[in-house]
Write a protein that binds this ligand. Structure first.
Ligand code: ANZ
Ligand code: ZN
Length: 833
């Protein structure tokens, strides 16, 4: 038997909300706005406890802010494109669209069963053409601005997902989705120029004070700015033709101070000038073999750091300041896509160069002295800053100064300049899969890449496709999709069959929620966006610290620059909720430790499930599943239900009268507990959403109410109204967390819609506690006075008094043999050595 009829209550209350359209977003712009958003789910089939936790947190905050008088936007939708839908199609023969739609329907029911206060009128599913047409429209804008481009590159390839992955989607060399080893493959694909925004994305982090420090650090490390200089090394003439312009190679270095220690220069095997460099070189054959071998090894399964290897190109370069001839090598450790893809080798001061020089017998030349002392032979590089020597007019300079001065000198000779560079790479967005947004371009044999004209959008994803199960996109085999007339010359051309990374879909959905235009030429209604943006509170898992949160920041900045977003940073406050663990491990199907929300709701009701997830841990910490704690939350609600019913039995027409003026001391104490609870819960919610301690305060209040309720001898004129005040306050404060029971019991106490009440304000008079001064004597001599409530016990007075230095000194080496206590007045300690 249930402790209380939660099933009836929850269904009835949910129907009431529905018929009231209780959570529709209000047009009222006179109120301050609050945009509360939880990361929308991938419609995988069923919600799991991680969702329950995420959405319970968001719902508590949204409900609280409504009661605080904010105009709240609290939307929900579906991140509905992605690979699992396609895999389901292959495994079970269901079309991805059908699979997705039925999952959405089921999960929506589950969310509604939890009583989450979403405005479902704003629901979006990213797989609907009315949504993804804007992905295509944005893509065309980016293409126009040069922010989208296509190039051949060595890319992360997951064999089991049969698609390319962005760098952000590779974790420890493995696919973020399926965990398979990622291999490298050379392919042509579309990129978004996120590196153009590297500096802004980095700088913007400092304004995100409402973000966890940890997430900001993770993003900073990912973007990873590096300041140094770009220095030009001229290659010795490649031919005898004196009119040929010399080939110039640029290196990126953070250590311009070591310039006089350069004994070789190393270039990446895939450097674009390689062919030019090698043609006609006496070393051409060896060099080409080395390059081929290196690139072949890279595509192997093993992504571990390879042994450092290189080969001489047969070419020499000129030192930009001394004019000395220096050999140019190819090195497998030089990253083509970082800096300039060319490095100056300073073996005396860089460990990697040191090993390389040792291996190939290249000279090692010291130019930096640590602590001003030049040291003899060494078996490793001295990588610290120090004082320059053997560096011509820069001798004696400190590294820091020398970096500046040498760069200045190079600048005046047009052979160098300061430069900042970033680890962040451009975002590869082509996916060789079906269930995503078609990239709106056409490859024409005559015109090259031709964008699909805006008026032809959306490029619809065809439904009639065949899944071979062999991987690869079925779009390539779809004749009417892939073969189209070129928009420019009308000749037969091939439509791009790659689809977009689904992280594009989630990079702007928060804008669509806030200001989606119904139909038409623009994605947003600008006034709506200006009113609602930025998102005031964003809540989601920390696994998105880089991926989704970085992409969204980038996309919002691009849209800002296109005049489409009113803000540069989309999320002003971020809460990254902890994981839900069971038996110390993350809940997952593979571990077989999953707790199913549906079963829990059937057994205990939605309110208990919500309350448990919110109470058992601070929102940002991991939550350990504990059956006993679920029971505890359930019993709390059951007790509350019983007590309010008992109150109504005792005082069937409990009304709004405030308790009589003459309160007993017990009544005074309870009243101050009620109002203290208002203060505690409000403070906890306002400061970093401490939902768990807020709920703990409510549990304490129920205990206090219960003790008072059990007292006999309290006059009815005090007891009835005071208990009513107490329970009503408790229910109001509880309603963001356990909204159904709060509504139901509120109704029984005469409140039509408890969630429509204003948030309670503490009565300052109830908070003031009476105090008196106690005199503390030792052997009859006054030592101190302490201020405490008049009812304080002898122990409480002594404990307080012992915090005083003078008292402690008087008691040193003494034994208390007697205590004389006058309640409300005095404590005398009689002591003896
Ligand atoms: C000469 C030098 C001397 C360097 C020295 C270091 C110490 P961060 O801080 O990570 O930016 N480098 C530059 N481009 C590279 C590339 N494409 N692939 C591999 N290595 C590259 O590192 C900058 C340093 O990494 C640069 O400074 C360069 O080596 C190397 F005593 O230049 B240094
Ligand atoms: Zn054409």
């Amino acid at each position: 038997d249930p402790l209380y009829p939660f099933d009836d209550i929850e269904k009835t209350v949910q129907n009431r909300w529905k018929s009231d359209k209780a959570f529709s977003t209000r047009a009222d712009r006179t109120k301050p706005k609050y945009y509360c958003l939880e990361m929308f789910p991938y419609p995988s089939g069923r919600i799991h406890m991680g969702h329950v936790r995420n959405y319970s947190i968001g719902d508590a905050i949204a409900r609280y802010k409504r009661m605080r008088g904010y105009n709240v936007l609290h939307p929900m939708g579906w991140d509905a494109f992605g690979l699992p839908a396609e895999n389901a199609a292959i495994l079970r023969g269901i079309h991805p669209a059908e699979w997705t739609e039925s999952n959405i329907a089921h999960m929506k029911e589950q969310l509604q069963r939890l009583g989450l206060s979403y405005d479902w009128d704003r629901e979006v599913a990213t797989c609907s053409p009315s949504y993804y047409r804007w992905n295509q429209w944005f893509f065309l804008k980016l293409l126009e601005k040069g922010l989208a481009y296509r190039k051949e590159a060595l890319l992360n390839w997951c064999d089991s997902c049969a698609t390319v992955l962005a760098n952000e989607q590779v974790e420890d060399g493995r696919c973020w989705r399926c965990g398979s080893q990622v291999i490298l493959r050379t392919m042509n694909q579309w990129f978004l120029r996120i590196t153009d925004y590297a500096r802004d994305l980095m700088a913007g982090l400092s304004s995100l004070e409402g973000w966890p420090e940890r997430v900001r650090t993770m993003q900073a490390n990912w973007i990873s700015p590096s300041t140094g200089a770009e220095i030009t090394f001229e290659v010795d003439p490649l031919s005898l033709d004196e009119r040929a312009a010399p080939l110039r190679l640029k290196v990126f270095t953070t250590r311009a101070d070591t310039l006089f220690g350069v004994t070789f220069v190393t270039i990446a095997p895939e450097h674009p000038e390689m062919d030019l460099l090698l043609e006609g070189s006496p070393q051409e054959k060896q060099a080409r073999n080395f390059i081929e071998e290196t690139l072949r090894k890279r595509t192997k399964e093993n992504r571990e750091e390879p042994e450092k290897e290189g080969v001489f190109t047969g070419r020499m370069v000129r030192h930009p300041l001394t004019g000395e001839k220096i050999p140019l090598w190819i090195g497998n450790f030089v990253v083509a896509s970082y800096g300039t893809g060319v490095v100056m080798g300073v073996p005396a001061h860089d460990q990697r160069d040191f090993e390389f020089a040792r291996k190939y017998g290249l000279p090692i030349k010291k130019v930096i002295a640590p602590n001003g002392e030049i040291q003899g032979g060494a078996d490793q590089a001295m990588t610290e800053d120090g004082t320059l020597f053997a560096s011509e007019r820069f001798d004696g300079m400190a590294s820091e100064t020398a970096r500046r001065e040498i760069t200045k000198e190079l600048e005046s000779r047009k052979l160098g300049q300061p430069r900042e560079t970033f680890r962040l790479r451009d975002w590869g967005i082509s996916r060789q899969r079906y269930w995503g947004t078609p990239i709106p371009v056409i490859h024409c044999p005559h015109c090259g890449i031709v964008p699909v004209p805006e008026e032809d959008l959306p490029v619809l994803l065809p439904r009639d496709v065949h899944f071979s199960g062999k991987g690869g996109s079925p779009l390539g085999d779809h004749p009417s999709f892939s073969s189209v007339p070129c928009p420019a010359c009308k000749e037969t051309a091939r439509r791009e069959t790659d689809t977009m990374d689904t992280f594009i879909d989630s990079s702007w959905y928060f804008l669509r929620f806030a200001g989606g235009a119904p139909e038409g030429a623009a994605p947003f209604v600008p006034e709506d966006l200006s009113y609602w943006l930025p998102v005031d509170q964003y809540i989601g898992g920390v696994e998105h610290a880089i991926l989704h949160l970085l992409y969204s920041r980038f996309f919002t900045r691009v849209l800002y620059d296109l005049g489409l977003s009113p803000v540069q940073e989309p999320f002003s406050t971020l809460l990254t909720q902890g994981m839900v663990l069971k038996d110390g491990a993350k809940m997952s199907k593979s571990k077989g430790n999953v707790v199913d929300p549906d079963h829990l709701i059937a057994q205990y009701g939605a309110d208990t499930v919500r309350l448990f997830t919110l109470f058992s841990a601070p929102p940002d910490k991991d939550l350990s599943w504990d059956d006993k704690a679920v029971e505890g939350a359930y019993r709390f609600l059951g007790r509350l239900y019983g007590r309010v019913n008992a109150l109504l039995e005792e005082f069937p027409q409990a009304n709004n009268d405030s308790p009589g003026k003459e309160l007993t001391s017990e009544a005074t104490a309870l009243r101050s507990k009620i109002h203290e609870t208002i203060v505690r819960v409000t403070t906890d919610l306002d400061s970093h959403a401490q939902l768990n301690t807020a709920i703990a305060a409510l549990m304490e209040l129920l205990n206090a109410l219960g003790s008072y309720q059990a007292l006999s001898g309290e006059p009815d004129a005090v007891r009835g109204p005071l208990l009513r005040e107490g329970y009503l306050t408790l229910l109001t404060l509880l309603s963001p967390f356990a909204p159904h029971i709060a509504h139901h019991l509120g109704e029984r106490l005469g409140i039509d819609r408890i969630d429509a009440l204003n948030w309670p304000v503490a009565d300052p008079k109830a908070l003031v506690k009476e105090t008196v001064s106690f005199v503390l004597q030792v052997n009859g001599k006054l030592r101190t006075t302490v201020t405490l409530s008049p009812g304080s016990s002898q122990d409480e007075v002594e404990r307080e008094a012992r915090k005083d230095e003078k008292v402690l000194r008087a008691l040193e080496g003494q034994t208390v043999i007697k205590r004389i206590f006058v309640p409300g007045k005095l404590l005398n300690l009689v002591v003896r050595p």
